[in-house]
Design a protein around this ligand. Structure first.
Ligand code: COA
Length: 411
């Protein structure tokens, strides 16, 4: 059945964008009216649509971007725009679209991995996407959030700017930070355009986006933050909230100075950081670590499109030399035994018929790929079978990474 559907899929054109978004609106059960940002980054040739007469009944797409992985930056297929109309659900349409996408990415040969954010956690594991990073909403009461005495804010200054000045300073800064933080994505100009669009309908009563820079005494910009505010009043007085959507800094004092500014705003009582990373430094900068709470959830799901290219692309904090027996029913070219050798400055993965040390699925390999999900934890969850004693411990260390992922944007 999915084969028959697959043969009826075709990319939708820029002229069909609105019809495709009508399908997405229906699938998501909401009126998607603010599509300016999506239009800016839309890649028609990498979309897929299914038609029933002249109605689009399913959509999927890929954005061409780079992602930082442990020790490297690689091109990846950013899977997006996935929807199937209520009239065609549970007939194998998503399965057909996922199969077609992954085969095309494999044949293209330039993107070793695909990744996505899932609307529901149970959808994508069957297609080999593993839960690879975590994010969530970090919250706190600003009056309880004091920086520790040993956290220094340095000699720089924090100052607000308009969007134009923000762009000219923040884009080079982001490029400086991007290669060393797993999970950060390349942002060509059109992605910055999309990220910084600020339609009023999306503000939910909050202010327009505000831009902050941090600069050293010599003028070098070393940090930025994007935020909004919402002014509210309780019976007892001011009750506003500061919403921080992204904060980047090249060194700890710049980070501390930006947080100090954001936490000290008059009339604000609450802080919300909707896309904080799993182990955001902020908690550890406060005299009371309990002053912040974090509702942690799933972040990126990663799919190794080509196990050998993907595992060779990343770096490993300790040396590794293991044979992996990979199960992959959805992308059968990955199935079988691979010898992985790697270390801090190299990775290599080749076919072998040697005896395996570990048996695991492509989904599980996707989960450990960014270094944020522990292979040992997955072994405890019966997701990895240890054949050679000690292999789980060795692989857990080698697949880890000292820098936690941070992905403060959806796609
Ligand atoms: C999620 C969605 C795309 C699934 O499309 P679909 O064409 O019905 O999926 P398929 O028929 O190919 O389903 C394949 C399998 O996944 C399962 N599945 C599909 N959607 C699922 C969900 N939301 N939760 C759990 N399982 C799901 C199916 O039951 C089926 O399982 P089976 O192989 O054991 O029978 C569709 O329901 C939809 O558009 N939902 C709303 C929008 C959305 O969430 N999009 C995803 C954005 S990330």
């Amino acid at each position: 059945m999915p084969d028959e559907i697959e043969s009826r899929l075709r990319p939708f054109t820029a002229d069909e964008f609105d019809a495709a978004f009508a399908c997405l609106s229906e699938g998501f059960g909401e009126d998607i009216t603010e599509v300016e940002g999506d239009r800016m980054v839309f890649e028609p040739e990498r979309t897929l649509g299914l038609w029933d007469g002249d109605r689009v009944v399913a959509t999927a797409g890929i954005y061409t971007r780079d992602i930082t992985i442990p020790g490297a930056v690689v091109p990846f297929a950013a899977v997006t725009l996935v929807s199937v109309s209520g009239t065609h659900r549970r007939q194998g349409v998503l399965t057909a679209m996922m199969g077609r996408q992954l085969r095309e990415v494999h044949e293209r040969g330039t993107e070793p991995i695909a990744a996505l954010y899932a609307s529901e956690g149970a959808i994508y594991g069957r297609f080999g996407y593993g839960l690879a990073s975590y994010q969530g909403q970090l919250k706190g009461e600003t009056h309880q959030m004091r920086l520790r005495a040993d956290v220094h804010t340095g000699d720089g200054r924090v100052y607000p700017v308009d969007e134009k000045d923000f762009r000219s300073a923040a884009i080079p800064l982001y490029e400086e930070i991007r290669p060393s933080t797993p999970g950060l994505l390349s942002r060509k100009d059109r992605w910055w355009d999309s990220l910084l669009t600020d339609p009023e309908k999306h503000r939910n009563g909050r202010t327009a986006r505000r831009y902050l820079l941090h600069a050293e005494p010599d003028g070098t910009v070393t940090g930025f933050a994007l935020y909004r505010r919402k002014a509210e009043w309780a019976d007892t007085g001011p009750d506003g909230t500061v919403f921080v959507t992204e904060l980047q800094a090249t060194h700890p004092a710049a980070r501390a100075a930006l947080w100090q500014y954001l936490l000290a705003m008059d009339l604000a009582r609450h802080l919300s950081v909707p896309l904080a990373g799993r182990d955001d430094p902020l908690r550890h900068m406060l005299s009371d670590p309990r002053a912040v709470t974090m509702a942690q959830n799933d972040g990126l799901y990663v799919r190794l499109v080509d196990v050998d290219a993907a595992l060779a692309a990343r770096r490993y904090p300790t040396t590794i030399d293991l044979i992996l027996d990979v199960e992959d029913g959805f992308c059968p070219w990955n199935a079988g035994r691979w010898r992985l050798t790697g270390g801090p400055s190299y990775g290599r993965c080749i076919r072998t018929d040697g005896d395996p040390d570990l048996a695991l699925s492509a989904e599980t390999l996707g989960a450990v790929y960014l270094g944020d999900t522990s292979l040992g934890t997955l072994a405890s969850a019966e997701r990895v079978r240890e054949i050679t004693p000690g292999a789980v411990a060795a692989a857990t260390t080698a697949f880890g990474w000292p820098v936690a992922t941070y992905s403060p944007e959806g796609f």
